[in-house]
Design a protein around this ligand. Structure first.
Ligand SMILES: Cc1ncc(COP(=O)(O)O)c(C=O)c1O
Length: 393
């Protein structure tokens, strides 16, 4: 057998990878499965995007290689949206990097900034790609446990000095997957200051910037003074526009940083299908019409999920953003056992906290991505599964 690289052995398990097969198996047995696993809603993308894709798919010039430049109107739409949404100016040609989904860029960025011996600070629980990208770049993830004690914020002061000295990258994601935590502005200002002092690249994953409730408006990291020198921010159409499968996102950063991500990509992909970029531009153009109504649907689902899981005996906080509830389990109930029981006995997919790393133990995540009635049914089943587990102790 050909020898594998040591990187492969160091990759963490990918929680969502095994779920589709388990789900198919249950469906084939006639089980009424409710899937609250992935952050992937059952809602439709904007009509503007669908029509733009249809048109663009017939346009011969858009069927060719996009290369790194891609479809210039997409870059321009990103730049215009960053201005409308955050009041920030980004040069569409030098400060925007079109991505095949933000995951792709987040993973590849590590190749530009990390090498063996370097450390990346990775929040745990967190989006597993931070760890994956770090390991694939041959560097060392330093896992920082996100716990209620710090309001699920990464406190750099708590990281040992010898680790910080080797730290090149810090991944932050607020609004946060999976904890649904949000970051106060003074916290972000402090992190930017620390990254500047220590020459750490701040990778700010803003995939949930638009999914916020009750009037809360998540900031861009670039609203913080001094961030342009040390930060790169990732955005995605996936969650705000129900376009997960379309694979469309972008990074914004100072040209010195953006050009390095673009350089890595030059050797890995040949650009993104330009018709999808045309659709992405249309989606961004429809932001004012589409996103508030879409967020209202999520807010209704959030309220339904909170009420239903509380009624089923769970201790649930009301999240200000994201499409997740991060729900604590009673002392002594292992999250993997609970999630397995709930799937096997009740046909409900949730994600165990421990699947996001040891720091996530004691919690499970649900995505409020289905209709309120289904959320209520899922919560009832979750309550039964918890009762059964407790009875067995
Ligand atoms: C925190 C976070 N960042 C990035 C992504 C990736 O989104 P995309 O579909 O743009 O690759 C996700 C998707 O679940 C996510 O939860």
């Amino acid at each position: 057998m050909p020898r594998l690289s040591s990187r492969i052995d160091r990759l963490p398990p990918y929680l969502l990878a095994s779920i589709p097969a388990r789900k198919r198996e249950l469906l084939a047995r006639g089980v009424d499965v409710i899937d609250l696993g992935a952050g992937d809603a059952d809602l439709a993308p904007p009509e503007e995007a669908v029509e733009a894709l249809a048109r663009a798919s017939r346009e011969p010039s858009l069927q060719r290689y996009g290369f790194g430049l891609g479809h210039v109107p997409f870059r321009e739409a990103v730049s215009a949206w960053m201005e409308r949404r955050f009041g920030l100016a980004f040069d569409p040609m030098r400060e925007v990097v079109p991505l095949i989904g933000s995951k792709e860029g987040i993973a590849h960025l590590a190749l530009a900034y990390l090498e063996p011996g370097d450390v990346a600070v990775v929040p745990e629980p967190g989006y597993i790609v931070y760890q994956g990208g770090t390991v694939l770049a041959g560097a060392e993830p330093h896992l920082y446990p996100l716990r209620p004690r710090t309001r699920f914020l990464v406190e750099l002061d708590e990281i040992p000095e010898d680790v910080l000295r080797r730290t090149r990258l810090l991944y932050l994601n607020y609004p946060n997957n999976p904890t649904a935590a949000v970051a106060p502005r003074d916290y972000l200002a402090n992190v930017v200051r620390q990254c500047r002092e220590r020459d750490i690249l701040l990778v700010f994953d803003n995939a949930y910037s638009e999914l916020a409730f009750d009037g809360y408006r998540p900031p861009s990291i670039f609203e913080i003074d001094g961030a342009r020198e040390v930060a790169v921010e990732f955005h995605s159409l996936s969650k705000s526009y129900n376009m997960t499968g379309w694979r469309c996102g972008w990074a914004v950063a100072d040209p010195a940083i953006a050009s390095r991500l673009a350089q890595v990509k030059t050797f890995i992909d040949t650009g993104h299908y330009m018709a999808v970029q045309a659709a992405g531009a249309a989606a961004l153009g429809a932001w004012e019409r589409f996103v508030p109504a879409n967020v209202a649907v999520f807010q209704e689902r959030r309220d339904a999920a909170v009420a239903a899981f509380r009624a089923a005996g769970f201790d649930v906080e009301v999240p200000q953003a994201t499409m997740y509830l991060w729900i604590p389990l009673p002392e002594g109930v292992a999250s993997a056992e609970f999630a397995e029981r709930l799937l096997a006995d009740e046909g409900v997919v949730v994600l165990p906290g421990s699947g996001f790393g040891a720091g996530g133990e004691g919690f499970f995540r649900i995505s409020f991505i289905v209709e309120p009635a289904r959320l209520a049914e899922a919560a009832r089943r979750a309550g039964r599964a918890l009762e059964a587990l407790r009875a067995a102790v």
